[in-house]
Design a protein around this ligand. Structure first.
Ligand SMILES: Cc1ncc(COP(=O)(O)O)c(C=O)c1O
Length: 441
């Protein structure tokens, strides 16, 4: 089990989170259910923010990468913790604005932002937009000009750092769809292009090397390469940018194959990064950049668990035993996407010895609809409550209504209290946008 403070086994032998018995939560709210530990989320936001304050005189900002988990409550928490957010679509932006998140602390990403998304961003006063294509720069310049403003922008660059993670979550390889490469000169060309745009104010660069990365050195290397590039731009174009956004990507614990990093341990990533940025600034004679980081997974990932009820059990002798749960790829598509691994517990019998290896299957009409393969469990029975750990990031946000299943509700727990942050869907929600044209009647 991981080191999260509020995840415990209580006197009944039940899993507890945020002071709430998960068996009681399942009975009260039903399953499948996403459960988020508020303390963990706040602790993670705080540790990143405090490290920037302590090690870098507060000359920077933590942006919660809300693609990891987006709903109004999480933006409220981010605002209360005095951090910024990154959004990657009109939908995330709208949610943040509706939650009252200050627009100037929103950074907008996307490799193909739509005109209507840029329009919403400019109209609502989004602080900074991270530009990732020439025509986006053109569209944005025109929108800003019409509004009579100079829009702050960063350019997404690709430092060419290969991080050790799944290929689909590596974003800074030379063949990536994201960013402009430093090595082939396109990042410099884009810089010159933006500098000629009268209604865009180039603040600096953004890079993001990937996700679920454990090596500090990968982040350090990306920052060093970005700063070498900043020095080159200063020499070539006589322009010194003042912001460096190093993205997110800090790894989390899913199974014991992953490192268990304490909440404070994450500070060490930032300390290493900040030390490298200071050294590079001294070496290259650059001013210290305003430093941004964008952690998503490490803020909400381990803060979340999903509760399910065990249903059908199918033993194929000598081959596989399936334990089916009332969820599946519609609430957690990560196994289907990346063969992700998870730790699974029987929340109502956590102390019992694991006696078999089973595959946790979902209820969708897909053979690949699995949540965890060959995981140790005590012998599961229909009605047991299964808890899948570390599901706070990229689960709810990647959920769908596949097979017209409901996207499960989410609750926030703290000190024994539990509240909905995403309500349950109903059958009427599923048909809300369906239309039967007159000619079919
Ligand atoms: C631009 C950008 N920033 C931040 C993140 C957050 O990464 P993570 O959740 O791994 O911290 C991502 C994730 O894909 C991203 O694309």
């Amino acid at each position: 089990m991981n080191q999260r403070e509020t995840l415990k086994i209580n006197s009944k032998g039940h899993l507890e989170i945020g002071g709430c018995d998960t068996v009681d939560l399942a009975a009260k709210f039903g399953t499948p259910l996403y459960v988020f530990d508020e303390k963990y989320i706040r602790d993670m936001m705080d540790v990143y923010r405090d490290t920037i304050d302590r090690e870098y005189d507060g000359h920077g900002l933590v942006l919660y990468a809300s693609k990891a988990f987006s709903c109004m409550a999480i933006y409220k928490i981010a605002a209360q913790e005095n951090i910024g957010v990154d959004v990657v679509s009109g939908g995330e932006l709208y949610t943040a604005l509706k939650a009252g998140f200050p627009a100037e602390k929103i950074y907008m990403h996307g490799n193909n932002k739509l005109l209507r998304e840029l329009q919403l961003a400019v109209d609502s006063g989004v602080g900074t937009i991270v530009v990732d294509s020439y025509d986006e720069a053109d569209m944005l310049n025109e929108l800003a000009q019409k509004k009579g403003i100079r829009q702050d922008v960063l350019i997404r660059i690709n430092p060419g750092v290969e991080a050790h993670t799944h290929a689909f979550v590596q974003t800074a390889r030379t063949d990536s769809k994201f960013g402009f490469s430093i090595s082939d000169g396109t990042a410099e060309k884009m810089t010159a292009y933006i500098l000629k745009k009268g209604s865009l104010n180039l603040k600096g660069y953004h890079c993001h090397i990937g996700s679920q990365i454990f090596e500090k050195q990968s982040f350090v290397l990306a920052a060093q390469k970005a700063m070498d590039f900043m020095a080159k731009i200063k020499a070539d174009l006589g322009f010194e940018v003042d912001t460096l956004n190093i993205g997110g990507g800090f790894g989390i614990w899913y199974t014991d194959e992953d490192a268990k990093i304490s909440v404070e341990g994450y500070a060490a990533y930032l300390e290493a990064l900040i030390a490298a940025v200071k050294d590079k600034a001294n070496e290259l004679g650059l001013k210290r950049p305003y430093l941004l980081i964008e952690p998503g997974r490490s803020i909400v990932g381990e803060a979340g668990i999903t509760l399910y009820t065990v249903g059908a059990i199918k033993d194929i002798p000598g081959i596989k035993k399936y334990v089916a749960i009332d969820g599946g790829m519609f609430d957690n598509p990560r196994y289907a996407l990346y063969q992700s691994k998870y730790t699974v517990l029987l929340a109502n019998r956590v102390n019992e010895e694991c006696t078999e290896k089973v595959t946790i299957a979902g209820k969708c009409c897909e053979s690949g609809d699995l949540i965890a393969v060959d995981v140790p469990l005590p012998e599961a029975k229909r009605g047991d409550i299964a808890a899948v750990l570390s599901t706070g990031a990229y689960n709810y946000s990647m959920a769908s209504n596949y097979n017209r299943n409901f996207i499960p509700p989410a609750i926030l727990v703290k000190d024994g209290e539990a509240d909905y942050i995403v309500k349950p869907q109903t059958y009427d929600d599923l048909i809300r946008n369906d239309v039967v044209p007159g000619r079919l009647k």
